[in-house]
Design a protein around this ligand. Sequence first.
Ligand code: CU
Ligand code: ZN
Length: 194
Amino acid sequence: MKTWKALAVITAVSTSCLTSTRSLRAAEHGDKAHGEAWAAVKQVVAVLHATAGNKCHGTVRFTQEGEAVKVVADIEGLNPGQKHAFHIHQFGDCSSADGMSAGGHYNPDGHQHALPEKEMRHAGDLGNLTADNDGKAHYEITVKNISVAGMKNPIIGRGVIVHAKVDDGSQPVGNAGGRIACGVIGVANTAEKK
Ligand code: CU
Ligand code: ZN
């Protein structure tokens, strides 16, 4: 009788151990599959729409190139000949008319604000767009402090904001004024020829 009880206890304990090991492995497998699925995303895109009372709009593509991310922006509806601050913001939320729902600068490293010349800066600090005489800007920058959808400061699902004024690099957010366009960063359709 004693032997049977002991055996029952051992069986129960070993079964529960097996179960917890198995669910841990399943979780690890799930994490790996999840990570691999996102790592396969090599390009993301934000389509920017004007905030209330503004006419700025355009497209920004972010492409993972090894450890770096190449950013290519084509924006119009800017003030001709003027510089406009250009940032990734914390939230991919353009639901408010003034773009404030996108939150502050994307800053997972807890750094101070700066222009891209400085290595220590918010991950979202992409510098300035420079508008031509038609109010259009083409801007390219390659940065190493973010990833498209990887482990290092992933930007997928965050927001992109163009501001009314120049980012002068000052604290806390570059004195860049209002938000004239807002977009959400999503998975790009790379099958379409761009
Ligand atoms: Cu901004
Ligand atoms: Zn910043």
